[in-house]
Design a protein around this ligand. Sequence first.
Ligand code: BDR
Ligand code: CA
Length: 313
Amino acid sequence: MARKLLIDTDPGIDDAMAIFYALNSPEFEVIGLTSIFGNAYTEICTQNALRLLEIADRTEIPVAAGADRPLTVEFKGPADFVHGANGQGNANLPAPKIQPINQSAAEFIVDQIKQHPGEVTLAPLGPLTNIALALLLDPTIVDDIHEIVLMGGNAFVPGNASPAAEANILNDPEAADIVFGMQCPITMVGLDVTEKVYMSPEVLDHITSFDNPESQHLAKILPFYHDFFTGRRGEPGIHVHDSTVISYLLDPALFTTVKHPIRVATSGISRGKTWPAVGLADVESPWSGRRDINICVDVNAAKVIEMELDRLK
Ligand code: BDR
Ligand code: CA
């Protein structure tokens, strides 16, 4: 039976790749997309989620609009230098014809989990605000979530949005700290592995050469993302962030993980840093009482890329 997958997303160029990857994987029944700010403002991300479903001809999948700001502070603004002002590489795209549903993302998340107890996997690919809001709306959802596999954080490597923090977590550290404290199975697919999955220009040429609308859309949007990475890394190619969640869900055996509780720093220069409690388990600390997070630390990158190419073709 296909696994029920609810994707919370801020599309975003790599979000688009991940969404197409999931939609092209028969192992999943994608039961909805929920939008969040991050790569662009929430309103734009909602429009992009709708557009991506139209491109993939999957307009039966509902989209619920999410929060437009973090839990306790103002949104510090979109990553337009990475994803373009429209979140889709500034490609000229028509307005979507379909509409979001009449429920907030948090309401929709609670509703789906309660309708299918024990069956829903959450795949957050952006800041964790909607997931935290869903928990605040109904704390009992933790008993009914199958698993959360999220893109975000950096356990043993530097950040990408500050020296300390990864972008999704830094966009709402308070929400992230709530989510990492949830008593349900959580896997963190953070920079520790996503920066090891590197797609060369040759792989990108391949991904954008398939004869399908998804590939043609990626051909329009990926050059912007590629230019950003080339400038930052000083060499061509991209890191594969959000799709790596889908790869983990498809084949966790391709990943090495370690288990530690995580706290998220919410102040000071390490704001947004995901701190694993390594050792000192017997000492009372802010990590005490927290469930272990399954933290991805290594990956068979070649196999992961091969799998994504295979699904996108
Ligand atoms: C994460 O931040 C966003 O820019 C990407 O879509 C990804 O989810 C990587 O740090
Ligand atoms: Ca994202």
